[in-house]
Design a protein around this ligand. Structure first.
Ligand SMILES: [Zn+2]
Ligand SMILES: [Zn+2]
Length: 171
């Protein structure tokens, strides 16, 4: 569908929210940290659950940017390319704005955050989508914590958006 102008005269691309899951990347997927030599490499063999754009302030701080982009996948499908790479990883945990715990896993050498996890939902892993070798479709994302969104960001007019976190499903 071609771009059109919405009521605020912003160019918008019409997106249908009912087929978002069909536009998620298909396994097998791979990703890596930024180390030029001996990077941490992971493989994903399971079908992704969702792609999330989070505008919360902690995601802004963690990324040093306007939002975080994560691909939620079943943890059972995530494997290291080589088990010794686990030694290169470190864990970090913090409280979330909604009162839960958010864990982050990063490379101890280059500092790149590779995935997030919720200790209360260990069955899900939130891959930091920018570390994937494959491109994701930004239009397939649901947008969360939009009440923390920076001024000047315009959501696609048909995008699935939540002021905070959705009531159900992992993020
Ligand atoms: Zn690294
Ligand atoms: Zn966030």
């Amino acid at each position: 569908m071609p771009p059109s102008l919405n009521e605020d005269n912003h160019i918008s691309v019409k997106l249908s929210t009912d087929n978002l899951s069909e536009r998620l990347p298909r396994p097998p997927l791979t990703g890596r940290c930024q180390c030029p030599e001996d990077p941490v490499v992971y493989n994903i063999a399971s079908e992704p659950h969702s792609l999330n754009v989070c505008y919360c302030h902690e995601c802004q701080r963690q990324t040093g940017s306007a939002f975080a982009l994560t691909l939620v996948v079943p943890s059972t499908g995530v494997k290291m390319e080589n088990p010794r790479m686990l030694l290169q990883l470190r864990n970090f945990e913090r409280r979330t704005e909604s009162g839960g715990i958010r864990g982050g896993v990063f490379c101890s050498n280059c500092g790149v955050r590779l995935w997030h996890f919720d200790p209360a939902k260990p069955e899900w892993t939130s891959i930091k989508a920018g570390t994937l070798d494959q491109k994701v479709d930004f239009g397939a994302a649901q947008h969360i914590w939009t009440k923390r969104m920076l001024n000047g960001i315009v959501l696609p007019s048909q995008a699935e958006a939540h002021e905070e976190e959705p009531d159900s499903g992992p993020v």
